[in-house]
Design a protein around this ligand. Sequence first.
Ligand code: KMH
Ligand code: ZN
Length: 275
Amino acid sequence: MAAPLLITVAPTGAETAKSDCPALPTTLDELVATAQECEAAGAAMVHVHVRDADHRPTLDQGVLTETVAALRESTDLVVQLSTGGSVHDPLAERMKVLDAAPDMVSLTMGTTNFGDDVFMNPWPFVVDLHRAARERGIVPEFELFDLGQVHALRRLLDREGLPAGGRVHVDLVMGVPGGMDGTTSALVAAVADLPAEVTSWSATGIGRSTLPVMLASLSAGGHLRVGMEDTLTFAPGEPVTSNAQLVRRAVAAGALAHRPPMSPAQARQALGVDA
Ligand code: KMH
Ligand code: ZN
């Protein structure tokens, strides 16, 4: 049997409106139910964006703290909060996500055109977030949207050292309009250049690049992130019905590569969470 497969589910994101997609989990109850279903299906980590009472993206401290507690109480999943938020969130509010004390946070390695918007991640913010996460013992997942961000990660690790837990986990977010393409060639180029400190990596393809990136990642020995944050179409003309549907497909694809899903406990060890 080959190495276990880490499956991260990103169930909600900050870009899709509930009114356009009623199946999107935007309330706490919906998020908890989704997380439980995805854990049962084979996910080991959940990447979380939260919404307010009107289903709009928020970084409200109370909502974040309550969400972390509820997910810990109802699942064993590694709980990763997004510090990316939405493209409209100020950097200071994104930094305060750390106050909710999740197991992990996402940490994007550079500013990226994001469709018609700009996802701001200036270098001083990246460094501050890296330092602040380490001070609090929160493990980052380094999000790379572009090939230049591979180099930025090397620069960060060279100058600032390893994060909390001593492991370095990367997620390649591919196919964002303005970032690296969701193709096998872009994935191979990114992986070939990852710094030596990287201990694990996953990939996710946005929209129609979901399946090509999933297959490319598996064939290159990577892990997977799936979920309605990244894709709302299961197959041409067939909307995604639930996040668990996407997790089950990832488990099935992993089985073809003889890679059983990693348990949350295995994931904690691999990622340096609770180290
Ligand atoms: N919503 C995007 C602008 C992250 O979660 O860290 C940023 C994002 C990345 O989703
Ligand atoms: Zn996200």
